[in-house]
Design a protein around this ligand. Structure first.
Ligand code: PGA
Length: 248
């Protein structure tokens, strides 16, 4: 079965309720006929207003993180139940900015992913190597660790989305070449096949992320193992619609 492409935006710590609502209203007609799944992952405080703005459109709203505990003393965190109250369908987990700036580990990524799955929220699990790791030739080793530990105990791997985001390509304007992205994502798919089963690996949606934009999306999306994109900067403007319509 062919994998349905999935383009998701990651607003990070950008936008306000007013500017976000305006953007969603403008994007909605432009992406209405998309042949892929479409989501915007937004700051937690904007979730109520953005779910309202996206009502009746094909834009799903996602979160940028989710905590594993049901509730309790976890200042600054958000629970699955809180997300579900607004019909949130996706949560980005283990973004490199969370790993680098906020001490996220493969172990915490795993706990968050398991909790999301248990609550019918699709985790978008981010993996990827730094420039130093790529240059020292340990990209595959890093990915092996992130996938083995981050996806531990997941029963049905086809229920998650993986975003391969080379850290050196995020927000830098330096995209991986089509070939580099394809090669690494094919490796990730092979590894998923080994950790789970080859049949499941063929079904898992794997996105590319890192300076993906209106100009380079077609080339990236034409690669056989690239099923979508996790879009940062370009999801803050109408370029996002061009990426969603990559096949037109
Ligand atoms: P970018 O961000 O598209 O701005 O590089 C991607 C991401 O961090 O998800």
């Amino acid at each position: 079965m062919a994998r349905k492409p999935f383009i998701a935006g990651n607003w990070k710590m950008n936008m306000t309720a007013a500017s976000g609502e305006k953007l969603i209203k403008e994007l909605a007609p432009l992406v209405a006929d998309a042949n892929c799944d479409v989501a915007l992952c937004v700051p937690a405080i904007l979730i109520p207003a953005m779910t309202q703005a996206a009502k009746g459109t094909n834009i799903a709203i996602g979160a940028e993180n989710v905590h594993w505990a049901e509730k309790g003393a976890y200042t600054g965190e958000i629970s699955c139940e809180q997300l579900k109250e607004y019909g949130v369908k996706y949560a980005i987990i283990g973004h490199s900015e969370r790993r680098q700036c906020f001490g996220e580990t493969d172990e915490s990524v795993n706990k968050r992913a398991l909790a999301a799955l248990a609550n019918c929220i699709t985790p978008i699990v981010c993996v990827g190597e730094t420039l130093e790791e790529r240059e020292s030739g340990i990209t595959e080793k890093v990915l092996d660790r992130q996938l083995t530990d981050g996806l531990k105990d997941i029963e049905d791997v086809t229920k998650i989305v993986i975003a391969y985001e080379p850290v050196w390509a995020i927000g830098t304007g330096k995209t991986a070449t089509d070939g580099q992205a394809q090669e690494t994502i094919a490796y990730i798919r092979k590894k998923i096949g080994q950790l789970f089963c080859p049949g499941c690996a063929e079904k898992v949606i794997i996105q590319y992320g890192g300076s993906m934009n209106a100009a380079n999306c077609k080339g990236l999306m034409a690669q056989p193992d690239i099923d979508g994109g996790l879009i940062g900067g370009a999801s803050l403007k109408l370029d996002f619609a061009t990426i969603v319509n990559f096949d037109k």
